[in-house]
Ligand binder design. Structure first.
Ligand SMILES: [Mg+2]
Length: 124
C-alpha cells in the first residue's frame, strides 16, 4: 500500500463501504451522504470556532475527506480525475479582494438585473 496514492485511498474507502455493505444499506444514498458531509463540515467549523487542537481539526477534515471519496464511489465518478481537471480550471481564474479576503472565482459580469432594460429597451 502506498499512503500517498489516491488509488490506494479509494481502495481503502471501498473496503470500508464493503465491510458495512453501504451499497445495500442506504450508506451510498446521495441525500444521506450530503447530510453526513454537512455534519462533518460542522465539526470542522466547531474545531475552528471552539479553538480545538490541530489534531482534532485534522481528524474532522479526514472524516470529510473519507466521505468525499465515498461519495465518488456512491455516485460512480472519478474524483482523482475531477480533482486534476478542476485544478487546471481554477489555476486559470483571477482573484480579487472581497471584504478583506482573497476570492478566486470566474467573476461573471451580471449583464441583466431585475428592473434593468434589455438591448431592445424593454424591462426584464
Ligand atoms: Mg467527525
Amino acid at each position: 500500500m502506498n499512503k500517498d496514492s489516491y488509488k490506494d485511498m479509494l481502495a481503502k474507502v471501498q473496503a470500508f463501504h464493503d465491510k458495512h455493505d453501504f451499497k445495500n444499506t442506504g450508506g451510498e444514498e446521495l441525500t444521506y451522504r450530503i447530510a453526513l458531509m454537512a455534519e462533518e463540515l460542522g465539526e470542522i467549523s466547531s474545531c475552528v470556532t471552539k479553538g480545538k487542537s490541530k489534531e482534532d481539526l485534522a481528524e474532522e477534515t479526514a472524516d470529510l475527506f473519507i466521505l468525499l471519496i465515498g461519495t465518488a464511489i456512491a455516485a460512480d465518478f472519478d474524483l482523482n480525475q475531477a480533482f486534476w481537471d478542476k485544478m487546471d480550471k481554477i489555476m486559470q481564474r483571477d482573484s480579487k479582494m472581497v471584504n478583506g479576503r482573497i476570492r478566486v472565482s470566474e467573476f461573471r459580469i451580471k449583464t441583466q438585473r431585475k428592473g434593468a432594460e434589455n438591448a431592445e429597451g424593454r424591462k426584464v
